[in-house]
Design a binder for this molecule. Sequence first.
Ligand code: AMP
Ligand code: MG
Length: 488
Amino acid sequence: MTTGFELPEEQEGNKPAPPVAPDDVWGAPPPADLPPAHPPEEEAPVAGAPPTQAELATPTTANAPLPWESTEGTEPGGSEELRPVDLVRKWILDSVPVLQPIELPLQEAHGCVLATDIVAQLDLPPFSSSGMDGFAVRAVDVAEATPQNPRQLRIVGRVAAGQQPDATVGLDEAVRIATGAPVPAGADAIVPVEQTSLQGEGVLVLAPVKEGAFIRPAGQDVKAGGLLVPRGRRVAGPELGLLAAAGYSSLLVHPRPRVAVISTGDELVEPGRPAAFGLIRDSNSFTLFGGVRDAGAEPFLGGIVRDDVDELRETVLGLAIRADCFVSSGGVSVGERDVVKKAFFRRAEIDFYKVAMQPGMPQGFGMIEGKPYWGLPGNPVSVFVSFEVFIRPALLKMMGRHDILRPEVTAILETDVSGPKEKTVFARVRVTRLGGEWHAASTGPGQSNLISTIAKANGLAVIPPGTETLPAGTKVRVMLFRALEDDG
Ligand code: AMP
Ligand code: MG
């Protein structure tokens, strides 16, 4: 398995560094020296038009605007040129900011990426404690003890977990001690209770113990000043537990982006409502809701917006206060009802273009109020694939994550898969592991309205441009979008 490319470690605030290029599976490799799409300042990035292959091949002078820094809007129905998937994705990833860190309580920080190194203020554990129920002793006093020749010690005190010892341990003395209780001064070992028997005011020790036996020393886990968890680490249960043990109750992390999900279309109704003939249920909102939440971000539904330019503009701007980014579906192609383009193209912040992929060709991306906006096509499979290819990795970057691509496996195709030669085809497949090898079977025809084909699938087979049909038996790369153990 591979996880594709990683973003560099050193990222802060809105300072996205250019990601390392992925390999060539999604079309032409991007040039190695592609500069960032926006200046690495704290201000919100500005997205320009995604670069075309031809533009990238043209050398630019230092002062000339780079192709993707253009401030010109693209007219509706504009550039017909197909843009390679990997270039569009790189442009998007360069354009989205890593969200500024905020302080969150431990529970809410779960799943987020630490924005700072966290060091131990004190030794961990903070004091030497007993690892057993028994007696705190001086090892030298019981060195000769055997069951036949036990050593008798005076019990001079007792200490339970959470208490301070009420005595110190001197020559031939013992303090009764519970697991987790602080070791009294003078003692250098614990005799487990099983190796003792009580006798009057004293205790008989039946076996010797080594110095340090069953004592958990202060600072054994992490010394004061030592690194507990490094910056850039995603906080899971073990990190939360460690940081709680060290006394942290809140953490400075990159927050989860709040993602406004909007569906456009006069034909759409909410799932719980009756759908008159000709109307269809809004499924994209829910596909996207699930995808955003699975990515660890926070989706909220902005609802269905009619094919009305003003309504869409108002809705989006009204949601801006609650959202870190927007995803809409529908209305980005050339039909007269394609409102997303009409609503935003004049603002020169959103660009609309065609990606050399199937499904998901017409797309829009840019910034509204300094926040990323993705305008996806309406067909349900296009929505899913576009989310997986462009939006999920971008959301992970916004959260400060480094491994932002889905894992991939190489699988043997069990069915022929075909699509347009000039595009990267993402074919829905079900992947299984048989006899040490991965196998991928198509879950249905390629049309982008067939939503059950994604519900049945757990992977997207990636067929690079230049190939029309991959016959059964061919090896193909598959992005896994469900962990196999999460499947049922
Ligand atoms: P559009 O990109 O708006 O032309 O939509 C393309 C196709 O996707 C049309 O058949 C729409 O009815 C369908 N579609 C658009 N939005 C949704 C949605 N939210 N849920 C399900 N299908 C949709
Ligand atoms: Mg529409």
